[in-house]
Design a protein around this ligand. Structure first.
Ligand SMILES: O=C[C@H](O)[C@H](O)[C@H](O)COP(=O)(O)O
Length: 153
């Protein structure tokens, strides 16, 4: 699977570890930055770029990383078609896929151990959307909002 990934300085080491971990599993990891460690860098542009890449690349998923994952999730969710979930356990990652068909996961590199974050990403990538009518209906309502308010359709 192709995975679009981005991290600011607070998620920089986790991005490197995840890229190695996922590449070893055969995933195609596309890095959207940061490309050098800069303790003063800003997460929005790189997270938005990764999120846009997910929307433009059907079937792919995204990972955005920072200290808490909060700002990264907020940034990714600015992109129409993105459903970014902040995952802080395997269960929240699994539910993000099953119930929300989340196409981006956001993680806090300062919140959890490396092992926990790797397990969360593995669970996120492996879990399919349930396709249950109630979940599809709710996701459809979000897409309707984007079409109506953002795209004037
Ligand atoms: O929500 C934002 C992210 O957690 C950032 O990674 C975090 O705010 C960066 O913090 P600082 O600039 O203090 O290292």
């Amino acid at each position: 699977m192709r995975v679009h990934i981005a991290a600011d300085h607070a998620g920089f080491d986790l991005k490197s570890a995840l890229t190695e971990h996922l590449s070893a599993q055969g995933h195609d990891v596309v890095d959207h930055g940061a490309f050098v460690y800069d303790p003063a860098d800003d997460y929005p542009a790189m997270c938005i770029e990764a999120a846009e890449a997910v929307v433009a690349d059907p079937g792919s998923l995204g990972i955005v990383l920072g200290g808490s994952g909060n700002g990264e999730q907020i940034a990714a969710n600015k992109v129409d078609g993105v459903r970014a979930a902040l995952a802080w356990s395997v269960e929240t990652a699994v539910l993000a896929r099953q119930h929300n068909d989340a196409n981006v996961v956001s993680l806090g590199g300062r919140m959890l151990s490396l092992e926990d974050n790797l397990a969360i990403v593995d669970a996120f990538l492996a879990e399919p959307f349930s396709g249950d009518e109630r979940h599809a209906r709710r996701i459809g309502q979000l897409a309707d909002y984007e079409r109506r308010v953002h795209q004037g359709a």
